[in-house]
Design a protein around this ligand. Sequence first.
Ligand code: SF4
Ligand code: SF4
Length: 470
Amino acid sequence: MYNSKSMIAEEFIDNEEILTTLEYAKNNKLNRDLIESILSKAEEYKGLDYKDAMVLLESDLEDINEKIYSLAKKVKEKFYGRRIVMFAPLYLSNYCVNECRYCPYHHSNKHIARKKMTQEEIAKEVIALQDMGHKRLALETGEDPINSPIEYVLESIKTIYGIKHKNGAIRRVNVNIAATTVENYKKLKEAGIGTYILFQETYHKPTYEYLHQKGPKANYSYHTEAMDRAMQGGIDDVGIGVLFGLNLYKYDFVGLLMHAKHLEDVHGVGPHTISVPRIRPADEVDVNEFSNAISDEMFEKIVAILRIAVPYTGIIVSTRESMKTRENVLKLGVSQISGASSTSVGGYVEKEEENTAQFEVNDTRTLDEVVNWLIELGYIPSFCTACYREGRTGDRFMQLVKSGQIANVCQPNALMTLKEYLEDYASEYTRKNGEKLIMQEVNNITNDKVKNIVLQHLEDLHSGKRDFRF
Ligand code: SF4
Ligand code: SF4
């Protein structure tokens, strides 16, 4: 029986309820009155429930799709302005005891070189990332209680925060590690992590069990209930996602929104971020096995509807996607992207000498190229990490987003952190473009006091001072 407040996975992600929702959406896909009323509801910027969102996804009326896209753009502009937050993944270890069929790190894969970085190697990777200009990382590691126990992850976080090379610093470490215990989540919280990220992969239990036949990840309930344990452990920013292409995308779309509703109903805070990875080729992963891959058009529509269904949640897209696709989804709602990513263990220092990659990167540009591309598209690349450092997490953060006030801090923080990037890392060409953008955008700050502070800090940054934030 569906119960969004239940703490049991199969009750807050209820199979029957998802199937009923899919049927309801199918039966109403041409129901203009209903669809128009859903769009009017969405125009209040308070989000949509999974049922309404699914009707929009199912409907294929051209004028309705146009309205969805235009509303998604408005929601994005209202809540996030034009800033796009940058991050990079950092792979610590690819030892893994699980057998996920879609991931080359699965235990029985003998082709892949196994590698676990020492703290010295991590330090070198972090310096390489800092020298590119990155300030925000997403830590990734396979699940292995012997090779990468929680103590190793905690020590690595400490190492990462401790490295200060030239003007560089990693100011926010988000963590994407396997589902774990409340005790371990408490330890991660104490280590000062930003968001805890864990992808569900698929909410469809039989498919989940087929894809994960061995190892701790095979336990659907333990995995699905991980975010509740993370929140019980004090982590109030969590990031969810599904791997599109593993199962019927409509089922997972509803599951994702049900999960978001569950977190909000139980903990009072919805997901901080939603990631929308699509499956990519990799060693020992046969993408043809996953016949539910979604088209670019459907991918864009999913992003647009997520944008209007959960306006308070950041949407992340990685370098799995091509430049063209990233450009399209940026317009429709993506607020955070990775740049110049390596998906290999140690890949920022040693360029892919050994085959340790988790998936093939599609967008292979340098960070400077990505930054310049964003500027030329009219976005403000942001290296901001202010919220969690200012204690704006969980409920406090959500209130700011829901009231639309977050854009008032995102914009100036984006300008100041971009300036920092331009001073320290940008090519001449990007620097010129960026300076021009900053000067235009400063004038768009409506609050005079804030504008004057930003102008002062831009000068301070030019004269060598660093790390300003609102
Ligand atoms: Fe291991 Fe994660 Fe890959 Fe599964 S997805 S095999 S848990 S690294
Ligand atoms: Fe993110 Fe907060 Fe910075 Fe805005 S101000 S970019 S929400 S960290």
